[in-house]
Ligand binder design. Sequence first.
Ligand SMILES: [Zn+2]
Length: 259
Amino acid sequence: MTTFGKVYKTEAIVLKHFPLGEADYILTLFSPNRGKIRAVARGSRRIKSKLGGHIEPLMRTSFVINAGKNLDIISQAELIDGFRPLRENIHFLNLGIYMAELVDYMTQENQSNQETYRLLLESITAICNDHSPTLLPYFQLRMIIHNGFGPELYDCIECGTLIEPNKHRFCTDGGGVICLHCKPENVNILPLRLDTLKLLRFLSRSDWKSIQRLRLNRGNLIELNRITKELISYTINRDIISSTFLDYLYESFESEESV
Ligand SMILES: [Zn+2]
């Protein structure tokens, strides 16, 4: 915890804002060294506020913040990157908002989480530049990994034996692959093709530069999206509000890219 009364400087991505009183916003920020931060931007809803244009959701901004007793107070904000292409396309914006919501749900306040910060920054940048349909399953899978929720991609989650090619399914409740012999009751088990399993392994360990070059066929993409989306739903135990946009979003990505 930051000591009350201290001033700190950090860059952060704005996850969301919410009106507070007549003139203020309360912001949820995500920073590399402090994780999630909640802070008040006083007077920021006034037209002449000097904070205006620096604190919109999905902006990357350099902040100076006073640590308060209950809530921190933003004293300065200077935009680093506004990700303009994101704001000019409703599908890109929805995808960015979904990612921000996911980071909000899955991370803690005042807890350094540099991997998630890098992932969010990399992914928002990729929305603007790449328009790749692989970005969403990549982001979802890496969020699960970076925040300590698995998944197991090599050994059966029930019996622990090494998974053999073409003798596997995916158990979202158990968070990983399951062999054909194990048949636990009352769990959600999805089909898993060998090439999709290989893709999951590749996405779990490779950087975005390598992944963005992949051109997946529609079957792989559908299976990958279904598995990562259900893993996320199980992990956070709720449906993220903006995920209702996502099926529509897949369509728009698919129409722009040959997959
Ligand atoms: Zn097994």
